[in-house]
Design a protein around this ligand. Structure first.
Ligand code: ADP
Length: 395
């Protein structure tokens, strides 16, 4: 029996899940928020109950120490030796990594080089890796990349129509993200459909604060909506998704902002927040729209409308589709968004049942039985994929 910890380190947060493997039983999970501030918040679930502590956590190393000490204090483990492997989510693996990898000094160096491609994400992931390496130097650690699953995209999908040498010289191409989630739900969809994934054409909609759509043919990602960075594709909580690139200098000129400041607007003040003008959280938008708030209604239309169009485009890309999958916070929970995304898709064989669509947060088919295209809600589980890869690679 192994105990494996899956880690998702962000710039000021660290999420963890401790698994017993191979049973995949979750022993505990939790999260450290506001790292770097005096009132950092440490939350851990013990027997289904959440325990929260507010304390001073100046950096990730301290967060890791507190987390490990808590596991012992709460009697979840007796000693650090019980942890047999660590899996780290790493956002960007570039073209170098098409699968998860055991972390060595050399790999760590390569991850640092990749930070250039993902300056907002990779440095935080690396800080998390280093913190664990210092405290548990002998426990094997594996990096699991958000980009890896999309490395199967053919050149015609990942290449931008820019001067070709930009790709060769600077690595400018579509990488795609949320790969671990798209992979998990596509494999799970095949199980639920009772068919080998090799025979399926799937469109997976990962709709959370970040959102991306993937076309998955024969178990391989062949196209996805995010691009060189996670800013591209559909509209998101605070991210714009695709816009006309000529708008960037235009906005700079009109507002006097620098390029970095405009990018900040596109990343943090656009999407559902930008259109609604008051919230990035879909629950707020849904209730305001119900009360007649027009901008909230517009945000719903914009958000769902982009996804709807991607589905048409990816169905065309694969010459058809066998199933559409919804996952992540919005995909799993919002019948309102699912209904708008699926509206009118009967022309391509998507017959969905509004009564079944009312389901929330659990695996379910929401299509009519006769529908040629199935529609499936599948709660994502990136952490279990991380734990599985640690088992496969390090143990
Ligand atoms: P992240 O990308 O941060 O992991 P999540 O997958 O947790 O995001 O998704 C967060 C989004 O899911 C938020 O917009 C939230 O409003 C939405 N969401 C969560 N629960 C519900 C619900 N019951 N109904 C509608 N939207 C929901």
């Amino acid at each position: 029996m192994s105990k494996i910890i899956a880690i998702n380190a962000g710039s000021s947060s660290l999420k963890f899940q401790l698994f017993e493997m191979p049973s995949e039983n979750v022993i505990t999970k939790g999260l450290v928020e506001r790292i770097g501030l005096d009132d950092a918040v440490f939350t851990i679930s013990v027997n289904g109950e959440k325990v929260t502590e507010i304390t001073d956590i100046p950096e990730h190393g301290v967060a890791v120490k507190i987390l490990l000490k808590k596991l012992i204090d709460l009697g979840i483990i007796q000693s650090f030796d019980e942890i047999t492997g660590i899996g780290h989510r790493v956002v960007h693996g570039g073209e170098k990594f098409n699968e998860s990898v055991l972390i060595t000094e050399e790999i760590l160096g390569q991850l640092e080089e990749l930070s250039e491609l993902a300056p907002l994400h990779n440095p935080a992931n690396i800080v998390g890796i280093k913190a664990f390496r210092e405290i548990l130097p002998n426990v094997p650690a594996v990096a699991v990349f958000d980009t890896a699953f999309h490395q199967s995209m053919p050149e015609k999908s990942f290449l931008y129509s820019l001067p070709y040498e930009y790709y060769e010289d600077y690595g400018i191409r579509k990488y795609g993200f949320h790969g671990t989630s798209h992979k998990y739900v596509s494999e799970r969809a095949a199980e639920l459909l009772g068919r080998p994934v090799e025979q399926l054409r799937l469109i997976s909609c990962h709709l959370g604060n970040g959102a991306s759509i993937a076309a998955i043919e024969g178990g391989k990602s062949i196209d996805t909506s995010m691009g060189f960075t996670p800013l591209a594709g559909v509209a998101m909580g605070t991210r714009s998704g695709n816009i006309d690139p000529a708008l960037i200098p235009f906005i700079m000129e009109k507002t006097g902002k620098t390029a970095d400041e405009v990018l900040e607007v596109l990343n943090k003040r656009s999407g559902i927040l930008g259109v609604s003008g008051f919230s990035s959280d879909l629950r707020d938008i849904e209730s305001a729209a119900t009360e007649g708030n027009e901008r909230a209604e517009l945000a719903l239309e914009v958000f769902a409308g982009r996804i709807h169009k991607y589905i048409g485009s990816y169905a065309a890309r694969m010459f058809g589709v066998d199933a559409i999958i919804f996952t992540a916070g919005i995909g799993e929970n919002s019948d309102v968004i699912r209904a708008r995304v699926l509206q009118g898709l009967e022309f391509m064989g998507v017959y969905w049942d509004p009564a079944l669509n009312k389901v929330r947060g659990k695996e379910a088919f929401i299509n009519y039985p006769h529908s040629p295209v199935k529609v499936i809600i599948i709660p994502t589980n990136e952490e279990v994929m991380i734990a599985r890869d640690v088992m496969k690679i390090a143990l």
